[in-house]
Design a protein. Sequence first.
Length: 366
Amino acid sequence: MRLAIGSDHAGFALKEDLKAFVESLGHEVTDVGAFSGEQPTDYPDWSQKVTDLVTSGKSDRGILICGTGIGMSIAANKVPGIYAALCSNEYAAKLSRLHNGSNVLVLGSRTTGAGLAKAIAEIWLVTDAEGGRHLARRQKVMDKEAGSHVAPQGAKAGGRVVVMSHPLIQHKLSIVRDKNTTVKDFRDLVQEIAGLMVYEISRNLPLEEVEVETPICWTKGFSLAGKKLAVVPVLRAGLGMVEGILRLVPNAKVGHIGLYRDPESLRPVDYYCKLPGDIGERDIFIIDPMLATGGSASAAIAHVKKAGGKRVSLVSLISAPEGVSRVTGDHPEVDVFTASIDDCLNDHGYIVPGLGDAGDRLFGTK
C-alpha cells in the first residue's frame, strides 16, 4: 500500500517511529514532513500535503500526527474526499475502517504512546471497509459532500475539485475504460455518465414555488428558478457528453468551443467559438471527457470568461493531476467535477491509466 505520512513539530518523534514501523510491514511510505521537532510549524500545512497525495490518488491512504490529533483531524476533514478518523485505541481504528471507510488515520503524540500508535496503525492498515448498510451510510455522507460543494446560483464559485464517487458512475467508468468496449457502447456510456454527473452537480440549483393542478386538486410544487443553464462542449470529444446532459436539462442552451491539441507542443489551438448571447446570465458547464494537460480546458474557460461568463464549472470524466493543477492554477474560481483523478500523464500527454483518445473511441476514428 502507498501511504503518505505527515506531522507538525509536536508529532515529529512519533512520526519517525511510526514511519519505520509501517515500512517494516511492507508498505511504501511518502514522508511529507515535518523534518524536525525543534522548529514550530503549522499543522494545516502538513495536513494539506498528505491530503493532496490521497485525493490525487498518488497515495492510497494517509497518516497524520500532531499533539492531540484534533487540529490535524479538523484540517483534513475540510478537504473533499478525505475521511479522517482520530483514533485512540485499536477498536476505534478497526471500526473507522469497517464502518466509516476512513482514508486518513489521525493520532495524537501527546495522548498516544508509540507502542499503542503502532498497534492502532497496524489494524487500521489491514482492515477493509464493509459493504451493506455501512456502504449505504457512507454513500449518504458522500452525497452530502458532493451537494455541499456546488455553489448556489449567484454565489461566487468555490474553485473546488470534486470527484464523483457514486457507485453507478464508477461502475460505468470501468466499462468505458475497457479497450474492448464497442464504439456504440462507449458512446452510450459516456452519455449516461454525463447525465449522472450533472444530476449530482445540479442538486443545488435554485427552485421557485409553483402551483400545479393534479387530477385531484391544486397543489404546490417546485420548478427550477430561471432555468438559466448553458452546456459548452469542447469539440470534438465534448459532443459525446451533451445528449446525456440535455436529457436531464433539455432547456439548457448549447455553445461550442473548437480546440485541438498540437501533437508536438501539446498546446491548445483554437478554431471555433460560438456561445449563447446571454452567457453572462447562465450557470455554465464546460464539458470535455478528458482533462489531461489542462491546456485545452484552461483555454476553453478563458474563451467563456472573455465572452462574459461568470459562473463556470468544468466537467470531465477522467482527469490527470497535471490537468487539475493547471486549471485550478489558471482559474482558481472554477469548480472542477470529475469521476476520477488518475495517476499521471505519459510522454505523449495521454492520461494513465485513462481510456485512450476519447474522440477516437466516440466516433470510431484513429
